[in-house]
Design a protein around this ligand. Sequence first.
Ligand SMILES: Cc1ncc(COP(=O)(O)OP(=O)(O)O)c(N)n1
Ligand SMILES: Cc1ncsc1CCOP(=O)(O)O
Ligand SMILES: [Mg+2]
Length: 416
Amino acid sequence: MSSLCLPDSLTPLLMHVEPLLAAADKYQLGEQVSVDWSESETVDIQFEERQFSLVFNPDGADITGYKVLDQWIAPYPSVSEMQQLVAQKPNLIVSGLPTEKGCIDIWHHNGEARAVYCHHAGASEPQRAMLMVALALDFPLEDAVTLARAHARGYMESHMDGYGETGWPMSRELFPRALTANHPEAEDLGWTCKEAAVEPFAATDPAKLALYPVVDSAEWVERLLDLGVATTQLRIKDENDSTLEAQIKQVIAAGKAHQAQVYLNDHWQLAVEHKAYGVHLGQEDLDTADLVAIQQAGLRLGLSTHGYYEILRAAEFSPSYIALGHIFPTTTKEMPSKPQGVNRLALYHKLIGEAFPTVAIGGIDLSRAEKVWRTGVNGIAVVRAVTQAEDPKAALDDFNQLLVRHEPAKDATDAE
Ligand SMILES: Cc1ncc(COP(=O)(O)OP(=O)(O)O)c(N)n1
Ligand SMILES: Cc1ncsc1CCOP(=O)(O)O
Ligand SMILES: [Mg+2]
């Protein structure tokens, strides 16, 4: 159970908060949230042991908790000025800053500013309501900001032409775009990007993604390919492994011989050098890897994501697939984020739609595979379910029997 306590002055927002909590309940997106109000000046949110506050446009300089600036009077500050300010102030959220052609939301992430941008801001009260609700449901800040903008737009559209979404935002058109070098307006906006713009990556065959074992040796890759696995990944985390390059060359050759999709985790330079089928990279790698070199070499790219904003950011790079995780607790990798669960996964898959193939990963075994598959994802990536199976061949057979599409993927979010 978490709680959301509003100051008296914000109680009119309850008419927006309550339907959102009902939608979160319907789609089982988090714990129950109790709502209250008080004479405090701040919005107070408690989630398990974590307690924090939020204040909109405070007069005084010193408040604890997030400080949200969402009321703007011309002349507006410049985007670059706000980018620099937010980079210095971890608790500052710049919300709906008007720009020449739209509006921008900016927040702090690990010493820098991140942003989403769109052309129509939507309605401000639903935007505030979603920000608070998403935080109370324990979405990370970047997802709360992103959802808030999508909901503001959905609400506004539904009141203008009846075609928007007043419940939980789902369709991609409502969501803002992550501001990266690939956004055609980034430069005109004055937004400084670390990454370079990149062309779309080569396609992967989604039909071959269904079962996607991730393993830590060339021996395992070859064993799986011999057993008919169509997509796999070599994931060697030891940078000092003296056999790394030899194993990489071995799996690339084996993948070609079997006409299989063999991805390499992390080691993109060696992947480019030896002309691998594809590379899998994490969010942090996006800041350092040379995506242009990977794309120009014709390699496929899979990207890890852990929530709404990261999905929107990944989409900007037009990867070959988007991985969504971790879905369930896992002991294979230490995860900084929380398990997403199948219900959030269903929404992420729906958001991505047909734009990119999707792969779910993290804690998936045979007993959980069916409900993951029903979300409509194109692939299920597993480590222990195969590598620790008593009989890996039997495990592959069991997965393969399950991971078949008999009919068009049902939309799990429409299920009552
Ligand atoms: C299919 C797939 N999805 C996610 C990951 C995780 O990648 P990353 O976030 O880069 O973490 P490491 O695997 O490098 O620890 C993956 N490897 N494959
Ligand atoms: C590499 C990785 N990335 C997110 S979860 C994960 C590990 C998944 O392993 P398992 O299938 O054993 O839970
Ligand atoms: Mg990685």
